[in-house]
Ligand binder design. Structure first.
Ligand code: FAD
Ligand code: SIN
Length: 533
């Protein structure tokens, strides 16, 4: 299935993960929905989520505890209203997933709840260690059952805005230009409401747990369209990705530490006790920095997560996917500690929204990892992001339906995509070289521990790279790789600029030049196009 050169719908949803599909399922009752995914329909971070979904579900838990844990992890920057909304609406969203047929693990008739770092209670509902796959399966099945149109291999290039078209009246988003990966054709999709549900941008770093589609397209598109973007300096590094040359950055779920996993150095010492009294269950930023420090202190190349004190049957039952994947790489986690290193995992910042996912550009919404709702502050609490996608996907649809003007969208004439005099690309090496350089620069200079000097070095590299990419972009026909590279470079620049503006250490942003938190800077870092060209 492909798109017509011009499409018109009520709701255009860019992204088919937990956030986009939650929006689509709610909005479908009110108007026509078109969901676009840039590769296969299920390919996105949601599909790979392991640990589960945090919510108040256990008899010993309550909303105040989940709110407090989220606020503590967020290190002073969470917006309390966003936290309250997310936590309080969580149990109902889990019941909704159950009604769609999601098979969470159960124990004696109740949901089995696991525990992760920063949580004071067991509150993470999960389906073994492949929760995301199960959630995505059920959401896609529900979309199919309701006849929602999902078109794969469609890469949104840029948003169509009234300002770009020189239209009078209040600024607004009118839809998007979309590249068909197979044919290379660009369609114009006009919509009453456009929803960015494009996920995060972990690919901006050389080593990441994220799938290839996570190139920060939504943040880059929104920023270019003039929507404010916030808190991009807070990039979460997951403490434990499998350290193996052939494994990519396969995630070793935090739930393993929740069930008693011990971090050891190469000499076999359990080192977390030296870094934080909460040891392995400290929030992620603390654990990732501790591993980084321990590995650097000793000159090792990785740390180890030891599960060998737990029965093999327990490991096989709770973590079948992780067990099997480690086995593929010759590691039997029941018999030997798993070699692990931190890798870029989650973008806590994003496109600024209100409590209904609305951005400051009318008719443009952002939900899920692409957004900055205020929930995560300076550091996301584990397993709060699937929850955010579920809650805000639905909330955005409740407001977006009010844009339907009685059911009829009056769309101005949006001109088709103008390829200008663009030539067929003949310098593919520019794309591959710059792609690698952006990601390596970010890893080396804008990683877990930062300094102003390294950030400035990264900024200067990115200036050159972005100007080369811009030149190439306007000279040649757009290709998927080129579109993603341009987004990745914009995204990198937003992370660097935000990090340079925060002259303190807080949550995920740690700089040796300002090692302490400074409450005089207790505010979001908000960038608009004019701040960071
Ligand atoms: P995604 O699920 O990433 O979906 C993005 C969608 O946007 C995809 O369909 C993609 O094709 C589409 N897209 C992107 N760009 C474009 C474009 N230009 N045009 C068209 N479509 C586009 N969180 C938890 O809460 N619990 C966990 O246990 C957990 N485990 C994780 C494990 C891993 C390995 C990873 C990577 C993340 C994990 N997370 C977890 C984080 C969580 O999975 C993500 O934050 C969440 O799934 C994001 O959902 P989303 O709907 O915003 O985006
Ligand atoms: C994990 O399973 O460790 C990932 C959980 C998350 O990212 O929230």
């Amino acid at each position: 299935m492909s798109l017509a050169p011009r499409e018109q719908v009520d709701f255009l949803v860019l992204g088919g993960g937990v956030a986009g599909l939650s929006f689509a399922l709610e909005a479908a009752a009110h108007g026509s929905v078109l969901v676009l995914t840039k590769k296969g329909r299920s390919e996105g971070s949601t599909q790979y989520a392991q640990g589960g979904i945090a919510s108040v579900l256990g008899p010993d838990d309550d909303f105040d505890r989940h709110i407090e844990d989220t606020l503590v992890a967020g290190a002073g920057l969470c917006h309390r209203d966003a936290v309250e909304v997310t936590v309080r609406e969580g149990p109902e969203r889990i019941r909704w997933l159950l009604s769609l047929g999601v098979e969470f693990d159960r124990e004696e008739g109740h949901l089995h709840l696991t525990r992760e770092g920063g949580h004071s209670r067991r509150r993470v509902a999960h389906a073994k260690d492949t929760t995301g796959r199960e959630v995505e399966r059920a959401l896609l099945a529900a979309c199919d059952a309701r006849g929602i149109r999902i078109v794969e291999d469609q890469l949104a290039i840029d948003l169509v805005t009234s300002a770009k078209l020189g239209l009078s009246g209040p600024p607004r988003c009118l839809g998007a230009y979309v590249l068909d990966r197979a044919s290379g054709d660009v369609s114009t999709v006009v919509a009453a409401a456009t929803v960015l549900a494009t996920g995060g941008g972990g690919k901006v770093y050389l080593y990441t747990s994220n799938p290839d589609v996570a190139t920060g397209d939504g943040v880059a598109m929104a920023w270019r369209a003039g929507a404010p973007v916030a808190n991009m300096e807070f990039f979460q590094f997951h403490p434990t990705c499998l350290f193996h040359p052939a494994a990519g950055s396969f995630l070793i779920s935090e739930a393993l530490r929740g069930e008693g996993g011990i971090l050891r150095n190469k000499a076999g010492e359990a080192f977390m006790v030296r870094y934080d009294p909460r040891k392995e269950l400290a929030p992620r930023d603390v654990v990732a920095r501790s591993i980084d420090a321990e590995v650097k202190r000793r000159g090792d190349d990785c740390a180890f997560l030891d599960m060998t004190h737990l029965p093999k049957a327990f490991l096989l039952d709770h973590f079948p996917h992780i067990y099997a994947t480690c086995r593929e790489f010759g590691i039997d986690m029941a018999a030997q500690p798993i070699p692990v290193v931190p890798a870029a995992h989650y973008q806590c910042g994003g496109v600024v929204t209100d409590l209904h996912g609305a951005t400051s550009l009318p008719r443009l919404f952002a939900v899920g990892e692409v957004s900055c709702t205020g929930l995560h502050g300076a550091n996301r609490l584990a397993s709060n992001s699937l929850l955010e996608g579920l809650v805000f996907g639905r909330r955005a649809a409740l407001v977006a339906r009010e844009l339907l003007d009685g059911g009829r969208l009056v769309a101005p004439d949006v001109p088709p995509w103008n390829p200008g005099n663009a030539l067929a690309p003949d310098e593919g090496v520019v794309v591959t070289h710059n792609w690698e350089e952006v990601r390596r620069t970010m890893w080396n200079y804008v990683g877990i521990v930062r300094t102003t000097k390294r950030l400035e070095r990264a900024r200067s590299r990115l200036r050159t790279l972005r100007s080369e990419i811009r030149e190439y972009y306007w000279q040649y026909k757009v290709t998927p790789d080129l579109v993603e590279l341009r987004n990745l470079a914009d995204m990198a620049m937003l992370v660097i600029e935000s990090a340079l503006r925060r002259k303190e250490s807080r949550g995920l942003h740690y700089t040796l030049d300002y090692p302490d938190a400074d409450d005089a800077q207790l505010r979001d870092t908000v960038l608009t196009r004019s701040d960071a060209e």
